[in-house]
Design a protein around this ligand. Structure first.
Ligand SMILES: Nc1nc2c(ncn2[C@@H]2O[C@H](COP(=O)(O)OP(=O)(O)OP(=O)(O)O)[C@@H](O)[C@H]2O)c(=O)[nH]1
Ligand SMILES: [Mg+2]
Ligand SMILES: [Zn+2]
Length: 374
């Protein structure tokens, strides 16, 4: 096909000099072998908006808030990023050959990204140019559909792109189940336009009868709830069914058993797992980076590092109620149109909680999200 003339657009770029502190951190982390990226990230300094100074004209198109760079497609191959290593390298699986090719990232793409770390992330669809040495260079990142983000040092950090569903894994043993955290994850999935399901893992440790209220609550809200145990095999057939053909991110606190579950679903994954520390009773963040794994049944799963706390990015107080879908029928009956359902008079949400129409547990999660105390 003859090359079309691509429109020119002006894009704002970060300065690509003078970020040496950050570069060094990442480089150091990378040289240390399997880069503990989440750890490296916590000491990272991200350049603020003021760093966006230069404007350049590039060939490309604007797609939503993303810029798609025009490249010579005849020399490029399409692939999917399995894993990003720092901000400059990643592993790409070729769409046609299935070969995994280590790639670097064109500097232009990194300067175009508002946060260099997320120029290329796991799950990205890319065009890369193969080089002679079995490696490649990423020339273009296609617009992202469903993204999973985490707030990190006051910035939104994209963890995985092109996700179709999130599996929220909670534990029925250690670490203890925290329904407000489930609700936070649900909100974050809804905000990213990704559907969600809940996995109640370590089901071997409890009597399932005691779980019925919890299962009923979330099922009624339309989320699949699957009690599982990799130890007994409970729930695994249903979980496999849920994952088939999807691109699913496993998310949840450290130690809930995300990697153990994935190994049970497909033993060839051989993911590292670890017992919960006896001393701290906390998981040890055994999984260090987000990585795409291909399922034999079709589709992908992404194991992610567990997190202690999920900070939501960019959700206004008044916006939270919209994500509590069962609140919606009651909201119009609050006296004040801008009611936050805290202590306002004649609040239909509070009345519905008192009358037992709405779950108190969900209302408490709502309060935590709006008031922001953790
Ligand atoms: N009793 C019981 N223990 C489980 C179950 N699933 C996982 N575990 C244990 O929980 C511990 C943590 O499991 P991991 O799979 O490493 O947890 P993770 O969620 O991947 O943790 P991070 O990678 O740190 O985020 C391990 O000791 C597992 O053996 C289960 O169904 N029942
Ligand atoms: Mg893990
Ligand atoms: Zn109200």
């Amino acid at each position: 096909m003859a090359a079309k003339r691509q429109p020119k657009i002006r894009v704002q770029m970060r300065k690509n000099r003078g970020t040496s502190t950050r570069q060094n951190d990442l480089t150091r982390a990378h040289h240390a072998g399997d880069a503990p990226e989440e750890t490296a990230a916590s000491s990272e300094r991200v350049s603020h908006k003021g760093g966006l100074t230069r404007k350049r004209t590039i060939m490309g198109q604007q797609s939503g808030d993303q810029v798609v760079r025009a490249v010579d497609e005849t020399v490029c191959r399409a692939g999917r990023v399995l894993r990003a290593i720092g901000s400059t390298q990643c592993l790409v699986q070729d769409d046609v050959t299935g070969e995994v090719v280590p790639c670097t990232v064109r500097r232009m793409l990194r300067t175009m990204a508002s946060d260099e770390r997320t120029a290329v992330v796991a799950g990205d669809r890319v065009l890369y140019q193969p080089l002679d040495n079995q490696q490649g260079v990423i020339e273009r990142v296609e617009p992202r559909q469903g993204v999973i983000t985490r707030k990190h040092q006051y910035r939104e950090h994209v963890l995985v792109a092109n996700v179709t569903q999130v599996l929220i894994v909670a534990s029925l043993g250690e670490p203890p189940l925290k329904p407000p955290l489930i609700d936070r994850f649900l909100l974050s999935a809804a905000k990213g336009n990704v559907s969600a399901a809940i996995c109640l893992n370590k089901a071997d440790l409890v009597d399932l009868v005691d779980l019925q209220p919890l299962i009923a609550l979330y099922s009624r809200l339309g989320y699949p709830v699957i009690p599982t145990s990799p130890l007994t095999g409970a729930g695994l057939p249903r979980l496999r069914q849920l994952l088939r053909g999807q691109q699913t991110v496993f998310t949840g606190q450290s130690g809930v058993g995300k990697s153990t579950l994935l190994n049970a679903i497909q033993p060839a994954f051989e993911l590292r797992t670890a017992a919960i520390s006896q001393v701290t009773q906390k998981g040890r963040h055994t999984t260090r980076y987000a990585q795409l794994l291909q399922l034999d049944t079709g589709g992908w799963v992404v194991d992610t590092p567990g997190i202690r706390q999920l900070d939501l990015w960019d959700v206004g107080k008044g916006e939270v109620e919209g994500y509590f879908r069962e609140f919606r029928p009651f909201v119009p009956y609050c006296k004040y149109p801008n009611c936050l359902h805290l202590d306002e008079s004649e609040c239909a949400i509070r009345q519905a909680v008192h009358a037992g129409f709405l779950s108190r547990q969900r209302y408490e999660s709502y309060l935590r999200l709006v008031v922001g105390d953790d």
